[in-house]
Design a protein around this ligand. Structure first.
Ligand code: GLC
Length: 568
């Protein structure tokens, strides 16, 4: 397929965490009826592709990423019928729907796992990964020294036996065995079931981890105090993933099903290019997260807030190394963050310059190369949960597990709380702020998920709609511009280059079209900086301050100033 000719090349994506978006039935939990209520809002904003985080039946150990039945909607989010209505209503508005499909693991409450656990002769036993432990000095030890992402070992002992089962994430999420062809067929059936219902694609959760090192040998990396080490080479982005996904793709029999793959875990652009190649690849868009934590915030417990600073040079490098390696052969997504990250305003922006920095982040992202995805709330400048207590963060199983290890390492609860408010993923799952009524207009009932501190101060959809200079209105205008076929074509087809690679504060890029050149200039700092400009402005298409300060070919860029320029 030629560059820019798949349907998602005209899409603006929007990520919804269903539990926190809008409560339609008044029980304090976001749901499908709530999303249906807000479809007109989303259409007006200009987004036309919704990625909805998991809505399948689940005991919610990891908020739905632990699926217990792939064929039914989780009753807390609505009924199967509600989902069909959502599909219909969205499609009527030309909005496509992508489901978040978890292929790497199930819930331990899934009937497959229950059968596997209780009957080693059942076919489902081989749907999972069971291994005998090792006796060391008479003590039963896990089969390998590999660490999982959430808890320490990837292995959990099966009670009363010397066997262990494998989990990359929480103990309640056993990994499935993609090496088993019958298991693969089960997933192809599931995916096609939803395609038949009208779903437009899938975000394939944790898809990087489908292949494991089947030699089951210990990692040779240095282990931690608990005797384990996180060695992603053992279970991330291994070559088998490619062939598994090829089979999945083939199962759609040529239908243009969008496959978005989550491929974090140290993937290199050259590997990514194989997976997403337009001709021979299997996935359409890869989320690698290389541009997410470019400020020293990841794992930054113990650091002072002042030490967290956006590394603009690294951001340019990471955006461009993927662009250079992939754009000729692959479509690409554009995003700042999702539900696994802090809010981008708190990551690369500033609460003090909220309006300016949120607009700067919008402009910088939207006109780069690829299909943009906003994370719900980005369009009103939602910030981290800066006043939330510890318990709001430990609602997330991953964060809860890290709390005990931080305490063991000797951090005080205050230090841990500061870190969570800065970096924990619950920040990206806070309640959407619709208006300044009770519970931010999300629900009449106190929400289960944490609510931000500032919805009474005008940071909500209703207030933002009423202010012509709001973040929301900027987004709407910018999205509209980006969707203009001429601009979209330029963004996707005209060569892209960085302007002034070595500027430590400004991210600037240029699309060199045949007769039009489009340039973005963004100051990532809360102070004024200078930027040399050897071009001539034809039009200013977007900006977040009045006028410009340009003298003798040098811009004085005000805090978080951003410009979208058409050059002469
Ligand atoms: C993905 C999801 C994350 C989840 C994990 C396990 O990374 O985005 O939220 O915890 O997979 O399913």
């Amino acid at each position: 397929m030629e560059n820019g000719s798949n349907w998602w090349n005209e899409a603006i994506g929007y990520i919804i965490y269903p539990e926190s978006f809008k409560d339609g039935n008044g029980d304090g939990i976001g749901d499908l009826r709530g999303i249906i209520e807000k479809l007109d809002y989303l259409k007006e904003l200009g987004v036309n592709l919704l990625w909805i985080c998991p809505i399948f039946a689940s005991p919610m150990d990891d908020n739905g990423y632990d699926v217990s039945d792939y064929y039914h909607i989780n009753p807390r989010f609505g009924t199967d019928e509600d989902f069909i209505v959502l599909l219909k209503e969205a499609h009527q508005r030309n909005i496509r729907i992508v489901m978040d499909l978890v292929l790497n693991h199930t819930s331990d409450e899934h009937p497959w796992f229950q059968r596997a656990l209780h009957d080693e002769n059942a076919p489902e036993h081989d749907y999972y990964i069971f291994k005998k432990g090792r006796y060391v000095d008479g003590k039963l030890m896990p089969p390998t020294n590999w660490s999982s992402f959430f808890t320490s070992s990837v292995w959990e002992r099966v009670p009363g036996t010397d066997e262990f089962y494998f989990h990359t994430f929480s103990r309640k999420m056993p990994d499935v065995n993609w090496n088993n062809p019958s298991l693969r067929k089960e997933y192809f059936k599931i995916a096609n079931y939803w395609v038949e219902k009208g779903v437009d694609g899938f975000r394939l959760d944790a898809v990087a981890h489908l292949g494991k090192d089947l030699s089951w040998s210990d990692s040779t990396l240095p282990v931690g105090k608990d005797g384990t080490v996180l060695d992603t080479s053992k279970f991330s982005n291994r070559p088998e993933v490619f062939s598994y996904l090829k089979e999945l793709r083939a199962s759609f029999l040529g239908k243009p099903v969008l496959l978005i793959g989550e491929v974090g875990g140290e993937i290199q652009p050259e590997q990514g290019r194989l997976l997403a190649d337009r001709e021979k690849g299997t996935l359409n868009l890869l989320f690698n997260f290389d541009t997410v934590w470019n400020n020293g915030n990841f794992g930054s417990i113990g650091k002072k807030d002042e030490e967290i600073k956006t590394d603009v040079l690294l951001l340019k490098h990471n955006f461009m190394r993927w662009y250079e390696a992939c754009h000729e052969n692959c479509d690409m997504p554009l995003y700042w963050c999702n539900h696994d990250h802090p809010r981008v305003l708190s990551q690369y922006g500033s609460l003090k310059y909220r309006n300016e920095s949120a607009k700067m982040l919008a402009n910088t992202l939207l006109f780069f190369y690829g299909t943009p995805f906003l994370h719900y709330g980005e369009e009103i400048g939602l910030a981290n949960l800066l006043e939330a207590p510890l318990e709001s963060f430990t609602m997330d199983v991953g964060t809860k597990d890290s709390l005990s290890s931080f305490r063991r390492e000797g951090y005080s609860d205050q230090e841990i709380l500061n870190f969570f408010r800065r970096a924990a993923r619950m920040n990206g799952r806070s309640i959407m702020q619709w208006n300044h009524d009770e519970n931010a207009g999300f629900s009449k009932t106190l929400p289960r998920m944490p609510l931000g501190f500032d919805y009474k101060e005008g940071f909500d959809v209703q207030d933002e709609m009423e202010d012509p200079y709001s973040i929301l209105n900027f987004y709407q205008y910018a999205i509209n511009l980006r969707r203009d076929p001429f601009i979209n074509d330029l963004v996707l087809r005209a060569p892209l280059e960085i302007v002034d690679w070595n500027h430590p504060d400004v991210l600037s890029y240029l699309h060199r079209g045949n007769d039009t050149r489009l340039m973005v200039i963004s100051n990532f700092r809360p102070y004024e900086v200078y930027f040399t400009f050897d071009y001539q402005i034809a039009d200013i298409l977007l900006q977040n301050y009045d006028g410009v300060i340009l003298k003798d070919h040098v811009f004085t860029l005000r805090p978080f100033e951003t410009l979208l320029l058409r050059l002469r």
